[in-house]
Design a protein around this ligand. Sequence first.
Ligand code: FAD
Length: 469
Amino acid sequence: MKPTAIVVGGGLGGLATALTLSTHYDVKIFEKNSWLGGKMQSIQLGEHTFDFGPNTLTMPRYFWDVLAPFVQPKEALPFQRVEQPTAHHFKDATITFTTDVAEMQRQIALIDPVSAENYPAFILEITRLFHLSEKAFLNKTFFNVKDYTKASLMKNLMAARPFQTLDAFLGHYFPNRKIRQLFNRFATYIGSSPYETPATFAMIAYFELVEGTYFLEGGPPNIAATFERVLREQGVKLHLNEPVLKFAMDGDTIRFCETEKGRYEADIFVSDMDYDVMQSLLGRKIPKRELSTSAYVELIALKEPVDLHHHNLLFSNDYVAEFKTLREGNYARKPSVYGCYPYASDSSRLPALFVLINAPANLYASQDGLVEQVDDALQKWGIKEEQIVERKALPPHYIADTFAVRQGAIYGQASNTWKGSFFRPSNHDLKLDNLYYVGGTVHPGGGSPIVVKGGYEVAKRIIQERQEV
Ligand SMILES: Cc1cc2nc3c(=O)[nH]c(=O)nc-3n(C[C@H](O)[C@H](O)[C@H](O)COP(=O)(O)OP(=O)(O)OC[C@H]3O[C@@H](n4cnc5c(N)ncnc54)[C@H](O)[C@@H]3O)c2cc1C
């Protein structure tokens, strides 16, 4: 008989862990909602389908690695490249991302020739930072104090620019404010401020600018659907609409978890929940910490196709003020606005726009004026009111309530200090021997490819180290 594992939370991190564990464990997943994929959620508004959560898909190989032991991964998840994925609009200029270095230089030169000249050196450095981060952090799990104090980790950490901010790092290559703003935006992928977060996170730019941006026909929730199909084939039991309410401990071990339907014992437990919410479920005090940003979202169903890229960004004029205000717990008065328009890549879908404004990790922040900011963005994108069928706002409360997330903070602890960035909650509970953590609020952090990679690595180490296997 195989040993048993319970995964609490069916987000991407939980699914990757469950699938990898399924070769050695009998696995059950408990999920509070009726679907798997967590924040990667398909939402219907009339006939229009929207993809909540991850819209910018990068690093397909991290998803394929998880599926490879079970199916032909590239057939199961046929990611396609988006050639010109993201249009960034300033008041008086537009830059559209591409992995073609010469084309990026051509566009940047129209704003600032010096920045254009330095672009290849920037690409070389973010490539170095990515490979270093992959070796030192992404391929590694953190289970105990020893993992954090290894000499090799310290050496790699020091080589990863931990004490320079992302903005200062970019300033080295790009004297022009607008060009820095383009790449400073990558800090928002971890819900943090480019003026505080370590330059190490410039490696996020590597995903899009070197390896590229992708889409899947039908939308990102097809990733979760594919994982679900393979999990079922592996015999993993899926308990949907069944939140875990309680854990029962015996010394340094969790004996069982409890739902409304019953008690479930297992040899090991893996939490894919928000780390702090899980701590409160364990009866522990939730620590004080600076939290990452949340999101104010509007779903906009369109009558007819419009002229937009797959990803569109309208930059605010004062990025410094925008992040300062967010860190103070308020919405920026004139925020940058992101719009995802999947129809640009996949015309089999009805035209629909997913609009996102960065929100503070403060569920009580005033949302006055946000609807007008979205109206203004729609106008700048050339969308008229008569082209809109229906629109719906999903404020940070939606994230907090639907996925049980502290203050709606998408990535848990903010990465606005080097400590907050490199000392995230670990993957193994320090007191309970059979409890593990995966997902965007623990090491190595959030973003769909990263949580999948994290879950995969944690499961592999559990299989390697646990004696019951
Ligand atoms: C608006 C938005 C936009 C984003 N954009 C991008 C993007 O463009 N690109 C990108 O890569 N990433 C993006 N992300 C981030 C990405 O979605 C997340 O980092 C990733 O999906 C998190 O996966 P997870 O497994 O950590 O957690 P989750 O997806 O939150 O899964 C955790 C699961 O646990 C369940 N749960 C909670 N409590 C319990 C309980 N007591 N019992 C049982 N189940 C429970 C929840 O219901 C949830 O399903 C975005 C996120 C949001 C919200």
